[in-house]
Design a protein around this ligand. Structure first.
Ligand code: GDP
Ligand code: IMO
Ligand code: MG
Length: 430
């Protein structure tokens, strides 16, 4: 009997999860997403191809491996259809090796409308949501009003759909939202709805399964399963910087509920962190840099959202946040990505603790959004060297090795590997 290994982000998302999952896939039989939905953007690069996945797991390019969209995930059928088509253009037929949980919830066009309506109503306090309908769809799930993938096969699906849509239109009305002016991909709600309904036919072509049985049977047979996280621990619904979070459980606990595996069946927990830090959308970010260094991180790191194209906010690595994430997830191994972005830096800083009201702490405060936090910074000498061409961890420049050693020391978690470019081949295992 084997266990589920987990790979998830330890920061505010975009740590490079897609790339690392793709690299790890040859070691596994099944790759499974357990939460999130089309708010995710996971980038893979190999053989000169760059590909961004949103709902489909990052193991899809390995045709001998199975991919599963678990019950904890949200599916927007039209976005899913586009993703399937983009893969077909690269000669990948996902119908063959992608299974979908019948219990995964659907994002309706009217959920996307409500996402926009909620953001508008929040005004200056808006979350900076990706506007994919994540919050409203998970709200309906918890309120026991949602529609699930398995429902599309039922004779009364359209009836249930209409009922839910009417509720959403009423909510939009109470929020004074201008439904007539609302657009998705330049389409009115009615126009988009036609597409959305048509794309259900694509969804029906897939193996729709009870994924909890499937995954547990795979484990019983000794097969190896990797759970792929979306977003990051600091965006978790419970432990992130609430309310500036996403609406799912992004941590290891989410694997149990999002795939239907027992806690005793969790194996390795691999966490990913960039060598610095980014965040997209609103909310606290104590180490954010508003200066030239921040701008260089953004430009050198191509820090623009893979889903929305928005520029990501950039700053130094935040160790209190990273330690918090390691604690919440039970991280057993660390992946560090993108140190190459800082190749030209004379000096690299690490925030080791926070100063709040004159007191030093390494705990994330409850009042994270309100208090003024001054990061306590420790300096490291830059390595001032290109990393391209380096093929062994031990051959990395000494100053980078010192920085990685420091990351191990402050988190108490060993580094398993470091990634030094967007390409699949540039992951150096320690
Ligand atoms: P994810 O959401 O965690 O899968 O990450 P994203 O794909 O949203 O963002 C990570 C970005 O960094 C993508 O553009 C990747 O191609 C790129 N990337 C990943 N690893 C590295 C690395 O080690 N170095 C550099 N320079 N870029 C990387
Ligand atoms: P991946 O998987 C980075 C952020 C949004 C917003 C907040 C809530 O690529 O790492 P939502 O649309 O979920 O209601 O938005 O969460 N966010 C992400 N930031 N990477 C992501 O996914 C994200 N998914 C959501 O920017 O601040
Ligand atoms: Mg991303």
């Amino acid at each position: 009997m084997s266990k589920v290994d987990v790979l998830l982000g330890l920061q505010w998302g975009d740590e490079g999860k897609g790339k690392i999952v793709d690299v790890l896939t040859p070691n596994y039989d099944v790759i499974a997403r357990f939460q999130g939905g089309p708010n995710a953007g996971h980038t893979l690069e190999f053989n000169g191809i760059k590909h961004v996945l949103h709902i489909i797991p990052s193991g899809i390019f390995h045709e001998d491996k199975l991919n599963v969209i678990g019950n904890g995930v949200l599916i927007e059928p039209n976005i899913f259809e586009k993703e399937v088509q983009a893969l077909l253009e690269k000669n990948v037929d996902a119908t063959k090796n992608l299974y979908i949980s019948k219990k995964a919830h659907l994002i309706l066009p009217s959920h996307r409308m409500l996402d926009a309506a909620n953001e508008k109503a929040k005004g200056n306090n808006k979350i900076g949501s990706t506007l994919k309908g994540i919050g409203p769809a998970y709200t309906d799930k918890i309120a026991r009003s949602g529609l699930r993938v398995g429902d599309i096969m039922e004779f009364d699906f359209k009836e249930k759909y209409e009922l839910l849509k009417v509720q959403h239109l009423q909510t939009a009305h109470t929020l004074n939202f201008d439904v007539a002016a609302f657009r998705i991909d330049n389409m009115t709600l009615d126009e988009y709805e036609k597409r959305w309904l048509a794309s259900l036919e694509t969804l029906k072509k897939f193996h729709l399964i009870n994924s909890e049985y499937f995954i547990n049977h795979c484990l019983d047979k000794g097969q190896k399963v990797l759970a792929e996280g979306a977003q990051g621990s600091m965006l978790d619904i419970d432990f992130g910087s609430y309310p500036f979070v996403t609406s799912s459980s992004t941590i290891t606990a989410g694997v149990c509920s999002g795939l239907g595996v027992a806690p005793s069946r969790i194996g390795r927990v691999m966490g990913i962190s960039k060598a610095y830090c980014t965040r997209v959308g609103a909310g606290p970010f104590p180490t954010e840099l508003f200066d030239e260094t921040g701008r260089v991180l953004c430009e050198q790191g191509h820090e623009y959202g893979a889903t929305t194209g928005r520029p990501r906010r950039c700053g130094w690595i935040d160790i209190p946040a990273l330690r918090y994430a390691c604690m919440l997830n039970g991280v057993t191994h660390l992946f560090v990505t993108k140190p190459d972005v800082m190749n030209n830096f004379d000096e690299i800083k690490m925030c080791t603790s926070y100063e709040i009201n004159g007191k030093e702490t390494d705990e994330i405060p409850f009042e994270f959004n309100e208090v003024e936090i001054t990061p306590v910074l420790r300096s490291y000498e830059g390595w001032k060297q290109e990393l391209t061409g380096i093929t062994a961890y031990k051959d990395l420049p000494q100053n980078l090795l010192n920085y990685l050693d420091a990351m191990e020391k402050v988190t108490g978690v060993p580094v398993l590997a470091v990634s030094i470019s967007p390409d699949r081949k540039d992951v150096l295992f320690k």
